[in-house]
Design a protein around this ligand. Structure first.
Ligand code: FES
Length: 170
C-alpha cells in the first residue's frame, strides 16, 4: 500500500515537472515572436524625428550653405542610415530657412548659384531648373513647384531639422 502511494507520488512528480518544463518552453517560444512583433513600438523615440544636423545657429548667414547629415531610419524591423541634405540660410527677416535640395521636377539635386548665368538662384543641372532664393520655382523652367522646406527647431544653439514638407506647410 505504501509502495503504491509512493509510485503515484513519483508519477505526479514527473507530471508536474514535465508540465512545468513544457510550459516554460512554450512561453519562451511564444514570447519571442510577440516581442519581435511589437519591438518597433517599444523602441525609444527620444528627441522625436528632429535631428541635430551639426550646425550652430550662430554660423548661419544670409548665404545659403549646404549641410549633410544622416538619420537612423527604422522601417518595420529594418534599420538603416539615410543621408539627408539641406540648403540653410537666414532670410531678410533674420529667420532660418532650410530647403530640401531635391528638385521638384524629376528629383535631381539643386545647388546654390550652380550656374554662372543665374546668380542668386538655386539651379538644377538636369534640365536647367531654377528657383529663387526664397525657394519658389522660376516660371518657365521645368519645376512646377517650390522647393520643399524642412521642419526646424533650435535647441541649445544648434539647428535640428525634421521632415521636408511642401512649401508653406513646414
Ligand atoms: S530634375 Fe531638376 S529640372 Fe529636371
Amino acid at each position: 500500500m505504501s509502495d503504491e502511494k509512493q509510485q503515484v507520488s513519483r508519477r505526479q512528480f514527473l507530471n508536474y515537472t514535465l508540465t512545468g518544463v513544457g510550459g516554460f518552453m512554450a512561453a519562451g517560444l511564444l514570447i519571442s515572436p510577440v516581442r519581435m512583433a511589437i519591438d518597433p513600438v517599444l523602441k525609444s523615440t527620444e528627441g522625436g524625428d528632429m535631428a541635430n544636423v551639426g550646425l550652430a545657429v550662430d554660423d548661419i548667414t544670409s548665404d545659403p550653405q549646404r549641410i549633410d547629415w544622416t538619420i537612423d531610419q527604422v522601417d518595420g524591423w529594418y534599420e538603416s542610415e539615410v543621408n539627408r541634405s539641406a540648403w540653410v540660410y537666414r532670410n531678410d527677416n533674420d529667420e532660418i530657412v532650410a530647403f530640401s535640395p531635391v528638385c521638384k521636377h524629376l528629383g535631381c539635386v539643386v545647388s546654390w548659384e550652380g550656374n554662372d548665368s543665374y546668380p542668386n538662384e538655386f539651379f538644377c543641372p538636369c534640365h536647367n531648373g531654377r528657383y529663387y532664393k526664397d525657394g519658389r520655382n522660376v516660371p518657365g523652367t521645368p519645376p512646377l513647384q517650390p522647393l520643399d522646406v524642412y521642419e526646424q527647431e533650435v535647441r541649445d544653439g544648434m539647428l535640428f531639422l525634421g521632415e521636408a514638407k511642401p512649401y508653406g506647410e513646414a
